[in-house]
Write a protein that binds this ligand. Structure first.
Ligand SMILES: N[C@@H](CCC[C@H](N)C(=O)O)C(=O)O
Length: 264
């Protein structure tokens, strides 16, 4: 059987997305993790930071299932979520605004006039101080400020921090941040499950923006983030208990090509 897939990128974070409303993708196959990691491999496969299934979901427009490029099911993916929203619009699942389910719960999203995708992220109740900061924005993230970010050894340092004891067997994603304006920061992310730096990470830039506000590096609740793959905007509000809500991640996405998976 041949299964159709779409190749997407959101600020350089790239994904294979399968329209699995037909439920033909063999999620229960005992070898599915190695099959997914092979598809994500950049020499023997299609090449991607992750694979996403867009599925039917009662009460919502769709359900999003996310696998990291190591083939294991991950938690929430912000850039992948934005790409999946664009595909759902292309497939005529919705027109301007959508509500869907991700690993971390319900998400609202819209397609803006400039075709950028604005995705509401899960509320953040707590930012833990640990040299840097640790918080969950749908996926776990450690955030630390560094100097000379362009030359910073993200892969080497990220790999060590990601698997430190407090982050358990599953590890954490690691973000390195340098300020370059009042409300503007450059962020580079080491992603667990990819075990490398990616060009951008949606949940990571949200974690970085909130951490920078929390650390009083900026007074703005509307923050621009530059990644190696492009620009993202993060806005949020604060509640009386110091929690963060109405968190939105906005940026461009691109449907790059479409193809067929053989042997599925
Ligand atoms: N690239 C993603 C984050 C993916 C999740 C991460 N690798 C994990 O498993 O925690 C994003 O854009 O948020």
């Amino acid at each position: 059987m041949n299964l159709e897939f779409y190749k997407y990128q959101g600020t350089g974070n790239d994904f294979i997305i399968v329209d699995n409303r037909s439920e033909l993708f063999p999620k229960k196959d005992t070898k599915i993790n190695s099959k997914i990691s092979k598809l994500c491999e950049r020499h023997f496969g299609i090449g991607a930071d992750g694979l996403i299934l867009l599925e039917k979901c009662k009460g919502y427009d769709f359900n999003m299932v996310y696998y990291n490029s190591d083939g294991r099911e991950g938690t929430m993916c912000g850039n992948g979520g934005r790409c999946t929203v664009d595909l759902a619009k292309y497939l005529k699942i919705f027109e301007r605004e959508t509500t869907f389910l991700g690993f971390d719960g319900v998400h609202h999203a819209s397609v803006e006039v400039d075709n950028k995708i604005k995705l509401q992220m899960k509320n953040v109740q707590e930012v833990k101080k640990r040299d840097g900061f640790f918080l969950d924005t749908g996926s776990p993230h450690y955030v630390v400020m560094v100097d000379d970010i362009y030359n910073y050894p993200v892969k080497e340092k990220g790999r060590i921090i990601a698997h430190l004891e407090p982050y358990g067997k599953k590890g954490t994603n690691v973000n390195f941040v340098e300020q370059n304006g009042n409300n503007s920061f450059f962020v580079r992310t080491y992603e667990r499950g990819v075990e490398d730096e990616t060009l951008s990470c949606g949940t990571g830039v949200v974690a970085s923006a909130i951490s920078m506000f929390h650390a009083q590096q900026t007074k703005s609740k509307n923050i621009n983030i530059i990644t190696r793959g492009g620009h993202l905007n993060i806005s949020f509000k604060i509640d009386n208990n110091g929690g963060y809500h109405s968190i939105f991640l906005k940026g461009a996405v691109e449907k790059v090509y479409q193809g067929h998976l053989f042997g599925f």
